[in-house]
Write a protein of this length. Structure first.
Length: 737
């Protein structure tokens, strides 16, 4: 599954995260990919891949190469993507592989970027798409079949009913036309396929899908399924690798209060691989129960929360530290594949019959109203490819897995701290370690979303017979400490990269850097950057100490490619605090979810655009709860009563910038030449739009804002301005990344 691959990049001693490994070597050999109970084994060596979800049909085709390249620079070593059935066959029998629906072209881009691909085939995907990706006409197919004289008795989607399987076979055959010649065995990027998604019935259905795919011609190193919820009947062992997930918060919860659900468990080190918080709107209450046979599989994830979408009734605000802590906790708990959902946001394509967003009024998966257009997901790379703080924050961790994954992969996880801590429990330090008996990595997470955990004093940690100095762990700290690794007996700094005889570490905020090496205890070391080593060992290995920020940008200058139009050294920061030039405590507050009112020390260079109000808001609409018993999003007609603003583009010389709309209210829509191009549910962050996607003849934009109503039955995070009414505060043009 995602499983595989490129992570072999791991094996390359290059500056970039991109691997030169391709399906075929110059001598025509294909790298063997196999797995055991611990990890993937690629070309005979263990790897720990980083998988990032990106939905090709939610991104314009001419942006694919740049965006996949940026993912690679972020440390992603393979991509996962859904193939949404209703994106390609919205109308029965009319398959669309044009434009941004052109799967084959996307796969060819991934091949050019040496990026393996895991296809999540459906037929059901979810992904906050209308009906979870199943076209509307499928739900009416029984009547059509009966009219044609076919027996449709018992017809049901996501079942082995012959008529449904016939429709799925047509879908899979169409997908295979896009994949043929691009499978891993052919030297292509496609390494795995997932069947259906979050299925809880009999494994017989999943096996029927797999047999169908094999008969059509799919022949891949791995096949996968989501490891949640528990199947009523398991699939035979070895047929599909189960992959797991965890999120920091969820838009799908029906509660409109802060900290609802049991997402807090994701911040505890634990042996239980799955989550009981994912998809509770569809799956209901879930128990912490895993099929014992699944323990014989390696521990992989496919949906580790890289962010979170916003539903109309619930709008979580995700912090960079949320994503980072989730990743470290999963690694410390034994995971050997980090799969982020999402790693890159997107925009829903236009439908011919319906908007393609999840909504309460659709035939299926109708538990939440999502925006019509935006699927930014607060991912490391946003809807338009804009890098958010966790894009950089996660880079050192990904490089660590590239260079030290072979050592980490076979290490067993140990849990000295309780695994069942309650929400906000601050009684002890959360930590775990992984060890092979001689070497170890100590994983520490003194962070929980929306909770104020205290600093932990005089912490005593001893592993592999090595006793670390007593540590004071600041509040909000998440880190990994090495023991008996790369000549280091122990260190209070985090390993980042290994390059020939150079080892890079970065400091940990609030913890003095001490390193025990060659029998010496080097104390209170200061970062000297990449130009000067803090120590050179007897064997000639040089150790370099970086600041966290230096580690986040390590090697970017060397590997940045002109086709990736990003200024990585002065990236625009579309969040609350810019990491560069901001006081350390402010940056930490942003990571840890503490609300602050201070202005930025430095703002991204931006041009303020002229705007004016042309119409005040009319009477407030009546907010009702839909069939899922959560607040319904406004409909098209409701925006007739919205406040209207005009935004002039006359002062813009070119359209290569990102529009940042700072407003408050309930929700907003943006129109170009009278056509809806973007929408936003307000949750405390700006409303973004890529001007390079505008029609060339558009000189003025129209923004419609619906006022926030008093006591509206929606969850707004603490960062949002909850004052009733609406206001357009400013409109800035930021440079393209």
């Amino acid at each position: 599954m995602p499983c595989s691959v490129l992570s072999l990049l791991l094996l390359l001693a290059t500056h970039t995260f991109a691997s030169s490994l391709q399906g075929n070597n110059p001598n025509g050999e294909v790298k063997e990919i196999r797995w055991d109970s611990q990890s993937l084994i690629v070309g005979g060596q263990r790897v720990v891949p980083v998988m990032g979800e990106i939905h090709y049909s939610r991104i314009p085709a001419d942006e694919w190469q740049r965006e996949v390249h940026k993912m690679k620079l972020g440390g992603v070593t393979m991509v996962a993507t859904y193939v949404f059935w209703n994106h390609i066959e919205e109308e029965q029998g009319i398959f669309r592989w044009d434009g941004q629906r052109n799967l084959r072209r996307f796969l060819e881009v991934c091949k050019q970027e040496d990026m393996p691909v895991v296809l999540r085939l459906g037929p059901f995907c979810h992904g906050e798409v209308r009906n979870g990706g199943i076209p509307d006409w499928v739900f009416n197919y029984a009547q059509v079949a009966e009219a044609q004289g076919l027996s449709a008795k018992g017809f049901r989607v996501r079942s082995e009913h012959p008529l449904f399987m016939m429709l799925v076979e047509k879908l899979y055959r169409q997908i295979f036309t896009q994949v043929q010649g691009l499978q891993w065995k052919d030297g292509g990027p496609v390494v795995a396929a997932q069947f259906d998604n979050e299925y809880r019935g009999s494994g017989n259905y999943l096996m029927a899908l797999k047999r169908m795919a094999l008969n059509i011609g799919f022949d891949l190193p791995f096949y996968t399924r989501t490891g949640w919820p528990e199947l009523s009947k398991p699939v035979p062992f070895g047929e599909m690798l189960p992959l797991y997930g965890d999120y920091a918060d969820g838009f799908w919860d029906k509660e409109t209060t802060e900290g609802t659900g049991n997402y807090y468990k994701a911040f505890n080190f634990k042996a239980f691989r799955s989550s009981t918080a994912i998809g509770t709107d569809l799956l209901g209450r879930q128990e912490e129960k895993t099929d014992t046979a699944d323990r014989a599989y390696p521990y992989f994830t496919c949906e580790l929360g890289g962010g979170m979408a916003t539903a109309y009734h619930r709008r979580p605000y995700i912090y960079a530290q949320d994503a980072y802590a989730l990743a470290v906790v999963k690694l410390g708990s034994g995971s050997n594949l980090l799969g982020y959902y999402m790693y890159h946001g997107g925009t829903n394509p236009e439908g011919r019959l319906h908007t393609l967003n999840e909504c309460q009024t659709s035939p299926a998966t109708a538990n939440n109203d999502l925006p019509l257009c935006t699927y930014d997901f607060q991912a490391p790379l946003g809807e338009f490819g804009q890098p958010y703080p966790h894009y950089f924050m996660l880079r050192p961790l990904h490089r660590f897995l590239q260079d030290f994954g072979q050592l980490l992969a076979p290490m067993q996880a140990y849990f000295p701290a309780p695994q069942n801590l309650k929400q906000g429990d601050d009684s002890q330090l959360r930590w775990a370690y992984r060890s092979n008996g001689h070497s170890a990595f100590v994983f520490i997470n003194n962070y929980e979303r929306l909770q104020q955990l205290s600093a932990k004093k005089n912490v005593n940690i001893q592993v592999c017979g090595v006793k670390l100095p007593r540590l004071n762990i600041p509040a909000g700290t998440t880190c990994i400490l090495p023991v008996n690794v790369e000549g280091i007996t122990w260190a209070t700094a985090q390993l980042v990269a290994r390059e020939q005889n150079r080892i890079y570490l970065h400091t940990i905020e609030g913890i003095p850097t001490h390193i025990s090496i060659d029998g010496k205890n080097l104390r209170n070391l200061k970062p000297l950057g990449t130009e000067k080593a803090v120590y050179t060992s007897k064997t000639g290995t040089a150790y370099y100490l970086l600041t966290r920020e230096e580690a986040e940008h390590l090697f970017l200058e060397e590997c940045a490619n002109v086709k990736c139009a990003v200024d990585y050294t002065n990236h625009p920061q579309p969040l609350l605090y810019e990491r560069r030039g901001v006081q350390k405590e402010k940056a930490l507050d942003e990571r840890r979810g503490v609300q602050k009112e201070e202005a930025l020390d430095e703002k991204p260079s931006a041009t303020n655009l002229h705007f004016w109000k042309t119409k005040s808001a009319g009477p407030l609409r009546s907010i009702v709860k839909g069939k899922a018993k959560v607040a319904e999003a406004p409909q098209d007609a409701d925006f007739g009563q919205a406040a209207v603003y005009e935004i002039s583009l006359d002062s813009i010389d070119n359209r290569e910038g990102l529009l940042a709309i700072h407003y408050r209210g309930d929700c907003a829509r943006l129109y170009a030449n009278g056509k809806l191009v973007a929408d936003n549910f307000y949750y405390g962050r700006p409303f973004y739009y890529a001007l390079w996607r505008l029609p060339t003849d558009c000189q003025q934009l129209e923004l419609r804002i619906l006022p926030l109503q008093p006591d509206a039955p929606i969850y707004l995070p603490r960062e949002a301005d909850k004052k009733p009414g609406e206001e357009l505060i400013s409109v800035e043009l930021q440079k393209k990344f």
